[in-house]
Design a protein around this ligand. Structure first.
Ligand SMILES: NC(=O)c1ccc[n+]([C@@H]2O[C@H](COP(=O)([O-])OP(=O)(O)OC[C@H]3O[C@@H](n4cnc5c(N)ncnc54)[C@H](OP(=O)(O)O)[C@@H]3O)[C@@H](O)[C@H]2O)c1
Length: 279
């Protein structure tokens, strides 16, 4: 896929702020049609206007999507498929960290939003993606996945247990890496490639649950959302990685993920369970 994205449609989740917004802006500059699937119309429409004004690209659209509800994921996917729009690039970017609770269907919040919602979203859109031939599917994961040492399957169907919500976040990001890997295996021979990545430690709204004074200090040491979009953008269009699939990237380079993230059996177990939970 070339850097010029005229004629290409990119569907991206959580693009109203942070890394997703910076990613959408760059893709708009390169001429892509962009569909921003976000949970708040009120927050997203002004961002769409700003991207249109800043880039001169008028083909930026909103779709309502709440990843904490599998019903919402189904509704939005149905609407999208009915619209007839193609998908050349799917970017599973939305995510939360440090929030606790349960999704509408009772899954642990970080796992449900960051992984399970995106798992169902991707599966429902897969036939449309296949129509685009050399499409790419990108999961914005995190280096936090290295910290996850086990997936406790029982914990995934209960409210978040930890005080900080961060151990649950680490598992959800491990799931993002395993999902890209298991999906790559299923897409062998289709021309569709998958990628997972760490965007860098970015001064975005993802730190919203950290108390204000600490948040202000730590954000000073982080990279900008624009720099944080670089590895996603690399995975969207870099020609050199067109033949690579199911791998993990950091700083626009391939990187070995954690031992668990390379575990084929675990990837399959996660796939089977995710499939059962979303049926
Ligand atoms: N920032 C970092 O240092 C860092 C590091 C590693 C990985 N990441 C990953 O990068 C991705 C983007 O994060 P960011 O830093 O740009 O964070 P952000 O500024 O907080 O943006 C997160 C996006 O996800 C959306 N989102 C949250 N819950 C959702 C739900 N239930 N349904 C639909 N959308 C939902 C948010 O929507 P609202 O605005 O409506 O809440 C927002 O658009 C995430 O997957 C995150 O895990 C970030």
């Amino acid at each position: 896929m070339s850097k010029d994205l005229h004629g290409k449609t990119v569907l991206i989740t959580g693009a109203n702020t942070g890394i997703g917004r910076a990613t959408a802006y760059d893709l708009a500059l390169r001429g892509a049609e962009i569909v921003m699937a976000c949970r708040s119309e009120e927050k997203t429409l002004p961002v769409i206007e700003a991207i249109k004004n800043g880039t001169g690209n008028a083909k930026i659209f909103f779709e309502a999507l709440d990843l904490s509800s599998l019903a919402s994921v189904r509704e939005t996917a149905t609407r999208y498929l009915a619209s007839g729009r193609p998908i050349h690039v799917l970017i599973n970017n939305a995510g939360l960290a440090g929030s606790k609770g349960q999704t509408k269907e009772g899954f642990e919040l970080a796992f449900g939003v960051n992984h399970l919602g995106h798992f169902l979203w991707t599966n429902l859109l897969l036939d449309r993606i296949k129509e685009s031939g050399d499409a790419r599917i990108i999961n914005v994961a995190s280096m936090a996945h290295y910290k996850a040492k086990v997936i406790d399957w029982n914990a995934l169907t209960k409210p978040s247990k930890s005080k900080t919500g961060l151990p649950e976040y680490e598992v959800s990001k491990l799931a993002n890496v395993l999902h890209a890997k298991a999906l790559a295996k299923r897409l062998e021979g289709t021309g569709i490639t998958t990628y997972s990545l760490h965007p860098g430690v970015v001064a975005s709204d993802v730190w919203r649950s950290v108390p204000a004074p600490i948040r202000w200090v730590i954000k000073k040491f982080m990279i900008s959302a624009e720099d944080g979009a670089a590895t996603t953008l690399h995975c969207v269009s870099h020609a050199n990685i067109a033949g690579e699939t199911g791998l993990y990237y950091d700083k626009c380079m391939k990187k070995k993920p954690s031992k668990l993230a390379l575990d084929e059996t675990l990837a399959e177990q996660l796939w089977q369970r995710s499939e059962a939970w979303t049926n």
